[in-house]
Design a protein around this ligand. Structure first.
Ligand SMILES: Cc1cc2nc3c(=O)[nH]c(=O)nc-3n(C[C@H](O)[C@H](O)[C@H](O)COP(=O)(O)O)c2cc1C
Length: 363
């Protein structure tokens, strides 16, 4: 009997099945970060999943880095999310908002404020990012945060999480993966601080542990999740010992009380983007240090998902790219229908095309 289609409980979140939609940045909000009606359509179409983890969303104007990403720091944004949550709940899905501060992964042209992007240290990431005005542009060098500003960012996550719950989300996911602000604090190459937030591994995990504790205290640990991607080198992250860092992080947070820990596998996109070594060994280590629910993403198929649920390694399984072109992914898995392929050229373009116009399967 497949556990994939059975109800499962993650903390306060009672899910209709164990299929989770991954957070997917799709850049369809207004330039002010307000989610639009096409986003409501898109999420509602995918709400046969047990849980929708809504795309990375900035907790403040300063947390934005990419063009047209949504926010959760004012009433218009909350109203946009409210419509999405009502639609998704109407189809049975639970919803969680991924709160994402990009840190140094930002270009001024994509932001609504003039302030320079901030990071643990003034270390410019290698690489470029898209801007609507000038296409691909180098990342600028970020400004290093003052110690007091780090503490203020924890408060910013609390305010955004509280607003997310007011906007109808069932929980929030703190984005500590994929090279964004929290991952920049965790990683030895991007964090060169000499205060209590840098240097030793205990200091590098402090900002993330404080964020989790403060958000959990505000909205409930059982509505709080965290996403990690140990060893994932996306966005110029190269931690000297990612497994050690993430073990210290998991040991510093109340994993037994959280809704879930969400692992994104470091080889999700390419083997050369992984510096954590053997991925099976990493999975075992993360499982051992997660005392509550563990969910994971990265190249899962129906078969791999069922195996991970059956062994007890995972309590739910997260699918990213498969959800883009298969709004009815759950039904396709159930019936063994073929999966459609998404068009990557339309991942981040404005409008409904390549977003809310992928049809359900017709048998
Ligand atoms: C278009 C696109 C956008 C993404 N946006 C996010 C994001 O906002 N936050 C995040 O944590 N991961 C993001 N990811 C990573 C996915 O959540 C997922 O972990 C990854 O695609 C691996 O799972 P998959 O093999 O099932 O696609 C994104 C991936 C893609 C392809």
């Amino acid at each position: 009997m497949s556990k994939l289609f059975e109800p499962v409980r993650l903390g306060a979140l009672q899910l209709q099945n164990a299929v989770v939609m991954a957070p997917l940045t799709r850049s369809r909000a207004t330039t002010d970060g307000v989610p639009q009606s096409i986003a409501r359509d898109y999420y509602e179409q995918r709400a046969s999943a047990g849980l929708l983890i809504a795309e990375g969303t900035q907790p403040s104007a300063g947390g934005q880095g990419y063009a047209r990403t949504p926010g959760i720091h004012n009433a218009q944004q909350a109203a946009g999310w409210r419509a999405i949550n009502d639609a998704a709940h109407g189809k049975g899905a639970k919803t969680v908002l991924q709160i994402m501060h990009v840190g140094r992964i930002a270009h001024p042209l994509n932001r609504t404020i003039a302030d320079a992007p901030v990071a643990p240290s003034a270390v410019r990431p290698a690489g470029q990012m898209w801007t609507d005005q000038k296409q691909m542009q180098d990342f600028p060098t970020p400004r290093a945060l003052e110690t007091a500003e780090v503490k203020a960012l924890v408060d910013e996550f609390v305010a955004a999480s509280t607003l997310a719950i007011e906007a109808g989300f069932d929980g929030v996911e703190i984005h500590a993966a994929n090279g964004y602000l929290h991952h920049q604090f965790l990683s030895s190459n991007s964090n060169q601080r000499t205060d209590e937030y840098g240097g030793s591994v205990q200091n590098r995990v402090r900002f993330t542990a404080e964020t989790v504790a403060a958000v959990a205290a505000a909205i409930g640990a059982d509505r709080t999740g965290i996403r990690i991607s140990p060893g994932h080198m996306f966005n110029d992250i190269a931690d000297a010992n990612p497994t050690e860092t993430h073990v210290a992080l998991l040991d510093a947070i109340p994993t037994q009380d959280l809704a879930y820990v969400h692992l994104m596998l470091p080889d999700s996109f390419a083997p050369q983007l992984n510096n954590a070594g053997d991925v099976d060994a990493l999975r075992k280590t993360i499982r051992a240090h997660t005392k509550g629910n563990l969910i994971a993403a990265g190249g899962f198929t129906k078969d791999k998902a069922e195996a991970a649920l059956a062994s007890g390694e995972l309590q739910a399984v997260v699918f990213g790219r498969p959800f883009i072109a298969n709004p009815d992914l759950v039904a396709r898995f159930k019936n063994n229908w073929p999966l459609a392929e998404a068009n990557p050229d339309l991942f981040y373009t404005p409008g409904a095309e390549g977003y809310s116009d992928y049809p359900a399967y017709k048998a």
